[in-house]
Design a binder for this molecule. Structure first.
Ligand SMILES: [Zn+2]
Length: 251
């Protein structure tokens, strides 16, 4: 008989004292895959959530020849908004920066765009992608490339969080033109941290159906089998219970 471990839910420990959570992801479907259940739970518990997606995913049509990057990107942004609605995320808090897919570089211009959202939304914590590993390790046998846009996004978020959002010297037009104020955020969480011994687990059992409905909105990104057998399957860590996993760090 395998030993059943009781997985500890870290939701209250991490989010109990938070009011505002910013999620910054590379592509229109990353939020739902990585933390759709957490987002639904946060909103259900009265927290404010904003999603900022860097690209429209316009190059993700693989070998299809019936669409252009521009058309495909538009469809994917529409899916991002529809998926957010399934999670309870209002359209007004669901943004896409429309940086061309596959070109998310850590430039000052891109840092500025994330800093703008940090200074405007003033999050207590930011969820983003894995900045550490070019190769993600899911298990001993399962690895994948940590997409270049994911690495780029994570690295931009790190710089935006410190010190560019905090210091008045950076992007002063935010204060003069947009009436924003500096903001300091010290808590971050990263995806694709399965192999990290200190990865935290968040119970999303109650929000599993909403995660499924949200994922199924991304009809141009993946099919229903992939939703069931990959994205939802990985959350089934105990009989009848579902979890998402993130690494927490203070800076
Ligand atoms: Zn992605």
């Amino acid at each position: 008989m395998p030993i059943t471990t009781i997985i500890k839910d870290s939701f209250e420990k991490i989010f109990g004292n938070k009011e505002r959570v910013l999620v910054v992801m590379a592509h229109p479907d990353d939020n739902e895959i990585i933390c759709g259940g957490i987002v639904a739970r946060l909103i259900d518990e009265g927290k404010k959530v904003r999603l900022v997606v860097m690209t429209n995913g316009g190059k993700g049509f693989q070998d299809r020849t019936d669409v252009t990057e521009e058309q495909f990107g538009k469809m994917r942004i529409a899916e991002q908004i529809a998926a957010g609605i399934e999670l309870g995320l209002p359209k007004e808090e669901n943004f896409n920066l429309e940086i061309p897919d596959g070109t998310v570089e850590n430039t000052l211009a891109n840092i500025e765009r994330v800093v703008f959202h940090i200074r405007q939304f003033k999050p207590d914590l930011i969820i983003t992608q894995n900045p550490f590993d070019p190769i993600n390790t899911f298990s001993e046998d399962v690895h994948w490339v940590n997409h270049r846009d994911h690495r780029g996004t994570a690295s931009i978020v790190l710089d935006a969080a410190y010190p560019y959002s905090r210091d008045r010297g950076f992007f002063p037009e935010h204060f003069t033109k947009f009436n924003l104020t500096p903001h300091t955020v010290n808590e971050l969480m990263f995806s694709d941290a399965y192999a990290y011994p200190d990865v935290l687990y968040f119970d999303i059992t109650k929000y599993f159906e909403r995660k499924r409905s949200a994922l199924l909105q991304h009809k141009n990104a993946f099919d229903a089998d992939t939703v069931e057998n990959e994205f939802l399957a990985e959350s089934k860590l105990e009989p009848g219970k579902n979890f998402e996993r993130l690494k927490y760090i203070t800076i």
